[in-house]
Design a binder for this molecule. Structure first.
Ligand code: ADP
Length: 429
């Protein structure tokens, strides 16, 4: 039944009541007046309810009559729906804001003329902006001719690199993106680390080329000498024999480079390769190699706990421990004592190599594990290292949950050591 019809039925019923009342009282006029007055009073109350509700139509209307309640309910549903939609849009905006805030890159939304509308936290940090800068011109806040040209779209490529306005050493890559006819987006990215990596890569290539060129030049020299047709067989053989040393040097360098690349590309140990390493036996082999390298010029003392083993990758530990012992030989004068120790401590198993050689000045200590870092370039090359040894040691130890420690006194000697956590140490009873 429609609302109007219901209301008609209700008015009709009231009239019938009035008629009954009139018949009983004998006064139809009074009866009709009383019933109509009651009806008007009821409608007035309903109107008051509706009027009160219409000021804040956020809850359901409390009208009793369907005539008032139903249209009010429709208004309420529509307001409620709109509110829900607005809430969803707000939540979306908030999520978008959160995502923009979490971006590591600075984002500044502005007019094509450079007037800032809004920006995120990274822009605050990288470009030194603050809340008061909204409405200001970015080109005026950060005075840089390239930035001004970028904002105005005058550059061929919409990208520049400048020093950060609040930190000289930091480099920023700034990009311009046209959002629409009225807005542009400026993105700022910190490229300091990236630049550093690029420089490191260039340095690395330069270092490798340099290291390879030296033995290669020696080989070329000998090969040229062999071209002399007047050479007798004995001299020729002697010349060819001299090729072995630079060739070995090149091979050592390439081997170390490959090993280092492998170690760097997989920071965790390969579980298939992990096994129980018989360190006392390993030390024996390393010391035999070092004795050969020393050619009797040093005394190598070994003090190992024959029961103490290690969980790890034997080939890697061989490289690490071998490099430390070989360094002790190479950087110790003739007659120097070298001590190799492997023993148990409360912190774990400890491997230690102590020499009484040239020692290291404190200012170099933090850098000796960098690739190709050498304290005395000329002297070091004569000693025959590749400059990668301690880098390899550092990586191997890190993969075994350990780290390299150095105590050194310039001119008196050094002690290189590492401690393996108990879960890597395997004391055998
Ligand atoms: P290298 O092949 O030149 O020995 P490393 O990475 O093994 O390369 O060592 C880096 C530098 O650390 C060496 O060039 C040397 O100057 C210094 N160094 C390493 N071990 C010792 C040591 N036992 N005594 C003195 N200096 C050392």
């Amino acid at each position: 039944m429609s609302l109007a019809l219901k209301e008609l039925v209700r008015v009709g019923s009231l009239l019938i009541v009035a008629l009954f009342g009139g018949a009983l009282s004998g006064s139809y006029g009074w009866s009709l007046l009383i019933v109509l007055s009651l009806w008007v009073l009821f409608q007035a109350l309903e109107f008051r309810r509706w009027s009160r509700w219409s000021k804040h139509p956020l809850s359901r209307p409390d009208n009793v009559s369907a005539l008032w309640r139903t249209p009010a309910e429709r208004v309420y549903q529509s307001v409620h729906g709109n509110r829900q939609r607005a809430r969803n849009v707000l939540a979306q905006i908030r999520r978008l804001q959160m995502a923009t805030e979490a971006l590591p890159d600075g984002a500044v939304l502005m007019t094509p003329g450079g007037v800032i509308e809004t920006f995120n936290g990274a822009a605050r940090r990288l470009l030194g902006l603050s809340g008061e800068d909204q409405g200001e011109n970015l080109g005026m806040l950060i005075r840089h001719p390239d930035l001004a040209a970028l904002i105005n779209g005058e550059l061929e490529e919409d990208i520049i690199e400048i020093a950060a306005p609040n930190e000289e050493g930091r480099r920023l890559e700034i990009r311009r993106i046209a959002v629409d006819a009225d807005r542009i987006l400026i993105l700022a990215r910190d490229v300091t680390q990236l630049n550093r990596l690029l420089t490191m890569r260039q340095d690395f290539i330069a270092n490798v080329s340099h290291e390879l060129r030296t033995p290669l030049t020696v080989i070329m020299g000998y090969l040229e000498a062999t071209e002399d047709p007047s050479l007798d067989r004995a001299t020729l053989r002697e010349l060819l024999g001299k090729l072995a040393s630079p060739a070995q040097r090149m091979r050592a360098l390439v081997d170390d480079l490959l090993l280092l690349t492998r170690l760097e590309s997989s920071p965790a140990l390969d579980p298939d390769q992990i096994g129980e390493v018989d360190v006392p036996k390993l030390v024996q082999r390393i010391v035999a190699d070092a004795t050969q390298l020393s050619a009797g010029r040093h005394r190598i003392n070994v003090d190992v706990d024959a029961q103490l083993r290690l969980r790890g990758v034997e080939s890697e530990l061989h490289s690490a421990f071998g490099n430390l012992v070989a360094n002790a030989v190479r950087y110790s004068p003739e007659g120097g004592d070298i001590d190799v120790r492997w023993y148990h401590t409360d912190a774990g198993a400890r491997f230690e190599v102590e020499d009484h050689g040239v020692g290291i000045q404190p200012e170099h200590l933090s850098r000796i594990t960098e690739r190709f870092y050498r304290i005395d370039l000329a002297g070091a090359r004569v000693r025959g290292g590749t400059g990668l040894g301690l880098s390899i040691v550092k990586h191997v130890l890190k993969r075994h949950d350990s780290g390299l420690a150095v105590r050194s006194e310039f001119g008196r000697g050094s002690r290189f050591y590492c401690v393996f956590p108990p879960e890597f140490s395997l004391p055998v009873n």
